[in-house]
Write a protein that binds this ligand. Structure first.
Ligand SMILES: [Zn+2]
Length: 200
């Protein structure tokens, strides 16, 4: 993808090199994601849509962290893709009279980080938290995609970011909230079905 000269979003919180919270185990969302990736044969690279659970805490510095040139390039690319989604969704909302599009924040982190939805960790893959309207991505996920999922290239990475922004749009439209409240009253099997639809 040619993004030279494209604007970079300023709605980015760079927490790389900081860690926060205590790592939790992979939840049901993670299991659904694995199924989704299998189902879609790399067409969807999955994540976890989080419910609001508890407030986040502080951060501590990871003294050993030093971003590689590749990581820096990915961070820049992510800011450019996010800017592109801001432009597209703002125009779409305006054109369709949906209201004003509220930009989400992209959080770049390494290892673990605190979110309004509990502790985020790399193993969960990229995810969106409706409680703070932020997208959380550990850029090492893109290396994992390349090595383990066979998904390589800018377009696949852009897809992941756009997918998370999609959950933000679902949140703004109320779809996400409706799905979560319905899921709370359902059997696990039915809740999983709703979850899969939200992902698709
Ligand atoms: Zn998703």
């Amino acid at each position: 993808m040619k993004l030279d000269g494209r604007r970079e979003s300023t709605n980015v919180e760079d927490r790389r090199g900081l860690s926060g919270g205590t790592a939790a185990g992979l939840g049901l969302g993670g299991i659904i994601i694995v199924g989704l990736i299998t189902l879609l044969m790399g067409g969807d690279l999955g994540d976890v849509v989080q419910n609001v659970q508890n407030a986040g805490g502080g951060f501590t510095t990871q003294t050993s962290y030093e971003p590689t040139a590749e990581n820096e390039a990915l961070a820049k690319f992510s800011r450019q893709i996010l800017a592109s989604t801001e432009d597209v969704w703002s125009a779409y909302f305006q054109k369709n009279g949906i209201g004003t599009y509220r930009n989400p924040t992209l959080v770049l982190y390494t290892g673990t980080t605190s979110t309004s939805c509990g502790t985020g960790q790399s193993a969960m893959g990229p995810f969106y938290c409706s409680g703070d309207e932020k997208l959380y991505i550990d850029l090492s996920f893109f290396s994992t995609m390349k090595q383990q999922l066979g998904a390589d290239g800018d377009f696949a990475y852009a897809y992941v970011i756009a997918h998370e922004v999609g959950h933000h749009v679902q949140n703004l439209l109320g779809t996400l909230g409706q799905a979560h409240s319905q899921m709370a009253k359902m059997s696990t099997a039915n809740a999983n079905r709703v979850s899969v639809r939200i992902e698709l």
